[in-house]
Design a protein. Sequence first.
Lengths: 290, 763, 159
Amino acid sequence: MYDFEYATPTTVDEAVSILAENGEDARILAGGTDIIAQLKENRRVKVLVDVKKIQETTALSYHSAAGLSVGAAVPCCEAYETEEIAAAYPGLTDAMTLIGSIQIQSRATITGNLCNSSPAADSIPAMIALGAVAKIVGPNGEREVAVDSFCTGPGQNVLENGEFVLSVHFPAPAANSGGFFLRFIPRNEMDIAVANAAAYVVLNDAKTHFESARLAVGAVAPTPLLIEEAGSLLAGKEIDDDIIQQAADLAKGQANPITDMRGTVEQRIHLAGVLSKRAINGAVQRAKES
Amino acid sequence: MATKTEDYLGKTDYKVVGTRPIRHDGTDKVTGRAIYGADVRMSGLLYGKVLRSPHAHARIKSIDVSKAEQHPGVKSIITVADLPLQEDRIAELGEGAANLTHLRANVLADDKVLYHGHAVAAVAATSLNAAEEALHLIDVDYEELEPVLDVRKAMESDAPLLIENQTTSSMGEDTGTKSNVSTHFQHKLGDAEAAFAAADIVVEREFDTATVHQGYIETHNATGHWSTDGTVTVWCSTQGSFTVREQVAQLLDLSVSRVKVVPTEIGGGFGGKIRVYLEPLAAVLSKKTGRPVQLVMTREEVLQATGPTAGSYIRCKMGAKKDGKLVAAEAYLAYESGGFPGAWAAPGSMCIFAPYDIENVTIDGYEVLVNKPQTMAYRAPGATNAAFASETVIDEICEKLGTDPLEFRLANSSKEGTRRADGPVFPRIGHEECLKAALNHPHYKSKLEGPNRGRGVASGFWFNVGLKSSAAASVNTDGTVSLVEGSTDIGGTRTSIAMQLAEVLGIPAEDVKPSVVDTDSVGYTDVTGGSRTTFATGWAAYEAAQDIQRQTIGRAAKLWEISEEDVTCEEGVYRSKSDPSKSMSFKELAGKLDDTGGPLVGRAAVDPAGVGGAFATMIVDVEIDEETGKIQILRATLCQDVGKAIHPSYVEGQMQGGVAQGIGWAINEEYFYNADGRLANGSLLDYRMPTALDLPLLETEIVEVPNPGHPYGVRGVGEVPIIPPPAAVANAVYQAIGTRMEVLPMSPARILEALWAKGNGKS
Amino acid sequence: MARKTHVTTTINGEETQFLCEPRNTLLEVLRDDLDLTGSKEGCGNGNCGACSVILNGRVVDSCLVLAVETEGADVQTIEGVATPEGLHPLQQKFLEHAALQCGICTPGFIVAAKALLDREPNPSEERIRLWLAGNLCRCTGYDKIIRAVMDAAETMETA
C-alpha cells in the first residue's frame, strides 16, 4: 500500500475544505470496505478523509411521515437491525443484508456503495426503486440528487471537486406498498452480482391493481438503471403475470451489459428479465401482506 | 466375502483405534496460539516481496534494479543470477523428481517468463511497505510473446513454444520433435478396437475441465536465516520439511546437512505446498543481508503463481454388452502442465477406468505446456478430471441399458485380482463394498421429487502411496510417551499417528504427546501427501511402540528377576507367565525406569509396501433453477472404503472436505484468463470456493475393508473423496434437466446455455 | 519514512497503545506490533474472514480496518475468547466435533460465531450458515463447524 495522510474532520466545512484542496487526490473513508481494498491494489491517494467524526454522518432517523435518513457513515447492519426500518423498507433491507459478508455489513455503508458507483452495486437499484435522494455537501453548500441520476458511468458519478454525500433520504413508504430486491450470483453468498433488480410497488386499496411502480436493474449497463417505462406500464394495471412479464421485458430491452468473467451479455440480459419479474412479484407479495 | 478385520489381521477389539479423542494440538488451534509460517517472529527480521511478471509469455531483455536499490528501506534485491546455475538434470526431490533447471527457473524466471505472476526478482527491506514500494522501482524490459492457454491449441504443431528446446518423449523415447507436448504415454490391455466392434452399446464424449486451485486459506510463506557458520534454517508451512530441505539444498548447491527446515503449523496444502517458491528466496536474501528474511504471499500471488491443478481435455469411449458387461474402454487425456513439464495425465490415466473390470482398454496420455503456473499436485491429482469423463459415460451407458447405475457399477466392479490397464493387479479392495453401502443407504432409498431435481452417483479410485517415515518415542516416568515425527499435521494426523502408538502400548491416546519436529530432529520422512501419513507414519509409530514394548518387557523381566520369555504384555499390562501374582501396568513400569536401566526410547523408520488403494461412491441430489441455471446441492452422501478408521471424526472430515472441494470444482471453481493470458480472478471474491451457505450437511458412510498391508488395516483417506463429486453432480444435472454436461465447472452460465440449447428456460 | 500516529484502544479488555502509519491495517498492527498472531490473513480483501475480530461489538474483517480508525475503540480478538478458567464453549465444541483440520480459519470462525451467539443465542442451521458465509474453510466442508456452533449454542443456553 502506498503511503497517505489520514484526516478526521469533525465538521462538514472542514471536510469540504480538505476535499476541495486535494481534489482527486483525496478520498472519503467511511466503512472502508471498498477504499481500503482499492488502496491495497495500489490505488494512490494523498489524503484519506475519515468522515465518521462528523456528527451528521452517523445519524440514522426514521419517521413514518418524514421517511428515512441514513448518514454517510451508518453501517448497513445498524440500519437493518433497526426493526422499524427493516419493516418499512424491506427492499432496502434485502440489499443491505446481501452486501458482502456479515463482517462487511458491520462496516459497509449504502453511501459508500453509492459513491463507489459500481454498475453491480447491490444497494443502488434498491435505493433507486425507493426514490432515494442523496444529500450532497460541497464548497457551494448543499444540493440534492436523486440516486437514479447519481451514477454516470462505472466508478463515476455527479460529485464535483470538494463534494461528498452526507446522507441518503428515502420517502416514507406509501400505504399498500412493498419493496423487493434480489440479485443473481453464482454462489449463495459473497459474490458480485451478475445482475440484480429492485422493485417498489404501490397497490390500490383492494390490492388488485398497481397504482405506481418503480423498477431498477443493476450490472446490466454502465450504471444501475431505472426502468421508467416499466413504471408507466404497470401504473393502473391489474396485477397479473402477463403485465409483470411485459414490465420485465422492458428491463431486458434496456439492458446493455458487457461480457466479463462474472457473466455474459446474453446471460445478463436474460437475468435482467428474470430478476425484474421476481422483484416485482416479491414487491407485490409484500404489498399484499402490508 | 470376508470383510472383517479379523479375517486379515486377527484383531478388532481395539481400545484406542477407532475412538475419537480430542486432538493434541487442538487447544493451541482454537485459541490462536498455534504458530503458522507467517506467525514466525524474530529480531532483525526483514520483509521480502517478489516482483512478478505482468505478462503470460515474454522474453526478459533486461532487469534494472538500480532505482529500487536506492530506496532507503531496501537491503537486497536478487534475480535468477543469484541462484547457482543448474545442470539440466532430473533430481529426486522427495516427492517425485524434477528437472533442476526448471525448478530454478520457476523460482525466479530465467530468460523467459512463462505465466502471469511468474517470479522475476525478490526484494528484502525493512518493512513490507518498503519492499512493495521497491518493486515498483524495478524496471524490467520484456519482449512480449504470444501466449497459449488452451491445452489443445498448445498441442498444435504451429503453437508458440514455451520452452524452445522441449521435445516430446513418446512411450519413453525422445522423438526429437519440438513441441509443447513433453510426454506421451499409452497403457493397453487386451484389444479395445475389436471389443468396441463387438459391443452392443458404445458411448463416446469429449470433456473439458477448468484450471482450479487447491485453495488453502493460508498463503505460502517462508522465513530464512543464513547463519555466518554457513548453515541455513528455513521456517515454512510445507507438506514436507524434508523435500523443502532437498529442494533448497539442490537449488543453492548445498549439502542437505547445511539446511535445516523447521515446519510450522500449516494452513492447508492439498498437494500445493510441496514444491518450493519462496524458501530459496528467503535463504538467499538472508545470505545477502545477514539478517533473517520473511516472505509471505498475498492471495493474488497464490492464485497467479502457485498450484494450480491441471485443466484438461479428455475423450472417453466405453462399450458394453446388452447383458450389462463393460467390455471396452478408451481414453485420450491431455493435461495442462503449466509453464514447465509436469505429469498429471499419468495418475489420471491410472485411475480413469480403475473401478471397473474391463478386459480391453487403451489409454493415451499427454502432458502439455501452457502459459499458466506450473501445475502441482492437488488431492488425487488428475483423477477427478478423469472420473468426470468416465463416470459420465458410464451413467449414459446405464441409461441406455435401463440399469440402475449402482447395480451396473457393482456388476462391473474391480475386485481382488482385477488387472488395471496400467499394469498392477489389485489386492483386496473395497469398491464393491462402497457400492453396496450406497445401494443400502437411506439417501439412495429415499424418493427425490419435484421439478428440476435430479440424483446422480459416481465412483472414484485413488491408489495412495506409502513412502518413507520415521518416528521416535521416549517413555516418561509418569507413564506418558513423547512422540516425535516428521509428518506435517494438516488435518489431525498427530493424533491418528499417536493413537497407533497408544494402541500397541495399551495407554490412552491422551498419554501420548506427539510433536512434529524439524529435519535435524527426526529421521527422514516424506511429504504429507498421497494419503500416506496415517498409513506410513502411523506405521512408524506402531513400530516405535513395538520397539518400546520389546524393551519394557526386558525391564519387567529385570525388575521381577525373571527371563524375558516369562513376561507377557497385553493391552499395557505386564505379567509373569509363571507367577500370576506379578503384574504391573505400563505406567507403573514407566515409574521404575531409573531402577531398571534408565531412559527408554523406541524408534522406527519404515518404507512400507502394502499400500491399500481407496474407492469411494457418492450420491448427490441437486435442484436447478431453470431460469438462472444455478445448481443447489440438496443432499450429498459419500461411501468410502477407508480400510480402518483410526480416528473416525477426522476420517469423516477428510471425506466431507474432499466432497466439498469436488462440489466446488463441479459448480463454480475456475481460472479466468483474459485474451492476453492474464489471470482475471486472482481473489477469493471471484475464485469462488464454496461458502457455508453453498453446501448441505455432508453425509458420510465409513466402509471398512481393511488393508491387509497395514498393521491396523489403514488405507489412505484424504484424496479419493474429491474424485466422485463432479461426475455425480453432472449425472444428477442430467436427471434434472436432461442434458449431459461436458465442461467443468457446470456454472450457471453453462447450465443456462444447456437449457437454451434444449429450447427451454429462456424467457 | 512515514510519520506514525499514536493510537489508544482497548484490546481484549486491556488499554493498549501503539504507533502506526495511516496505511497500516488493524490486522497488521495486531500481528506485527502487538504479537497477536491468532488473527490470520487469508485474502487481504475481506473475502475469507480469517482475520475476523469484534470491533465495538460487531464482527469485522480486520484487514479492511485501518489501525488509526480504532482510536478509542474496543477490540476483541481470538486471544481474548478463552479465559484463565478455560475455553469458551465454542472452542470446546470445535475440539469435540473435530471442527478444524488445518486450523488456519478456526480463529476467524470462532470469533465470528461468538459474535453471532452474543447476539442470537439460538440460531438455526440456516442462520449460522448465512452468518458464517464470510468465513471460508477449505478443509472441512463446514459440516462439523456448523454442528459445533449449534452444539455450543445449546450448551450455552442450558448453562
